[in-house]
Design a protein around this ligand. Structure first.
Ligand code: ZN
Length: 311
């Protein structure tokens, strides 16, 4: 194959996260040809835009090609009518036309999807959900999101909202949960993100009388036998199970694959499947609940795969 034909099969993916921007170049065999990471600028939208452009240039220099097909994974979702981002927990992005701005700066078509969509796409292609036709991908981290891939195709939906799981209401809420619904940054009360994200777990721990410590520290204390941390972890697992039972009732995916920082909590995989049948509309649920095989790299790999293998 000539160098030009080879380059035509390259795809560049960018994963825009709250703290890091990751970039990758995949070749025609889905192998990684280059990868880089930079810190996400803290100084707002224009700096973020420039950092992405620089990263694209650096990756293209490294592989010796230009104008590669570019996919970008972002927090939040893209409003189809206007191309504006919304619901991103990195709030400097909301209301911005990131896709159009990148297209103008880089003189090419850019495909944009949210980070959970990218995770689902990556894992369905060659990760923990490979060989499954109906995949629900979940991000449990600073934010909470979901993505749906059916027969290898990302489902975006008429309003660009398919899989937007994090900003639905906590289902089967207890009387205590109804009395004290946490306010989500999006303006609604009791969103899943406000309950089961990392900051959501911390807030719940504080409401229970615990210290304001990260989710991972709560889990460590629970594992060391601290009673209060154990209660917070148990409540979190309960809420995740209810939230996933809702997905099983609506989509009944063949597999649920989990990414994001909280996907490292091993109790998820042992405990949640014991609980969710109490809420799903069946006595027995055998859906596999698995961690993303590509870990942190799922987002960036999925972003590159917003483009098909052939140019
Ligand atoms: Zn919300």
């Amino acid at each position: 194959m000539s160098q030009n034909q080879d380059n035509a099969r390259l795809r560049l993916g960018i994963d825009l996260g709250g703290t890091k921007i990751a970039g990758i170049v995949l070749d025609g065999e889905d192998q990684v040809r280059a990868e880089r990471r930079v810190d996400t600028p803290e100084s707002g939208y224009n700096a973020t835009l420039e950092a992405i452009i620089d990263l694209v240039m650096a990756l293209e220099n490294e592989v010796g090609a230009q104008g590669l097909r570019l996919g970008v994974g972002t927090p939040g979702s893209v409003l189809p009518a206007t191309g504006r981002l919304r619901n991103a927990n990195s709030q400097c992005l909301n209301g911005r036309t990131l896709g159009a701005d990148l297209e103008r700066a880089l003189a090419r078509e850019v495909r944009l999807a949210n980070d959970a969509d990218c995770l689902a796409l990556s894992e369905a292609r060659d990760g923990a959900a490979a060989d499954h036709r109906n995949v629900f991908g979940v991000i449990l981290g600073t934010g909470v999101g979901g993505g749906v891939v059916i027969d290898g195709q990302l489902i975006t939906g008429r309003n660009g909202l398919a899989g937007e799981w994090g900003h639905t209401c906590l289902p089967w809420a207890t009387a205590a949960e109804v009395r004290q619904p946490p306010r989500c940054w999006c303006g609604l009360d009791s969103c899943l993100e406000a309950w089961i994200s990392g900051p959501g777990m911390t807030a719940d721990h504080v409401r229970r009388g615990g210290y304001n410590i990260p989710a991972q520290a709560i889990v460590e204390r629970a594992e060391a036998g601290e009673r209060l941390a154990g209660a917070t972890l148990k409540a979190w697992l309960q809420r995740v199970a209810r939230s996933m039972a809702m997905i099983v009732n609506i989509l009944d995916p063949e597999v649920i694959v989990v990414g994001g920082g909280l996907s490292q909590i091993r109790w998820l995989y042992s405990e949640v499947p014991k609980i969710w049948a109490q809420h799903a509309f069946a006595e027995h649920i055998d859906t596999p609940l698995v961690a993303a095989a590509h870990g942190d790299a799922s987002g960036v790999r999925g972003a590159a795969r917003l483009w098909p293998l052939e140019g």
